[in-house]
Design a protein around this ligand. Structure first.
Ligand SMILES: [Zn+2]
Length: 139
């Protein structure tokens, strides 16, 4: 399958992408609000504070919204159509745009529990994607 595009890395997001090399899903947190901040940035969007650090996320969440793409968003996705682009609500409280993989697009539903999976990128990073986490998954 064609390799994914390598997402560009802003300075603020470098810790996020570095951690994907170990398949760790990291979230930026505002210490003042005690809430996650995503996407990574310089200032907390709630309080404007700069006291931000990083914590590992559990990688569990639910589908908040999704769309099934029948035309590829870019040429590297041509072999994957139809595929699912979704907003995932992580249990820590952050919302992340990603793909739902590992099931037929027709099975994806709002509220479906998912867990993080990883697709290796050519440069050694990995792209977080999400797959169904059924009751039988045990976690
Ligand atoms: Zn804050």
């Amino acid at each position: 399958m064609t390799a994914r595009l390598e997402p560009p890395v802003s300075p603020e997001a470098a810790p996020f992408w570095d951690a994907t090399r170990q398949r760790q899903l990291m979230l930026q947190w505002c210490r003042a609000c005690d809430l996650p901040v995503h996407h990574p940035r310089v200032l907390c969007p709630r309080c404007g504070g700069t006291d931000l650090d990083w914590r590992e996320a559990a990688g569990r969440g639910r589908v908040h919204a999704f769309t099934v793409l029948h035309r590829p968003g870019n040429p590297t996705m041509a072999e994957r159509v139809p595929y699912v682009v979704a907003l995932i609500d992580l249990e820590e409280g952050a919302r992340m745009m990603s793909n739902v993989v590992g099931c037929e697009p027709g099975r994806v539903a709002v509220g479906m529990p998912v867990r993080v999976g990883w697709e290796d990128l050519p440069d050694g990073r990995a792209l977080p994607v999400f797959e169904p986490a059924g009751e039988a998954a045990g976690d």
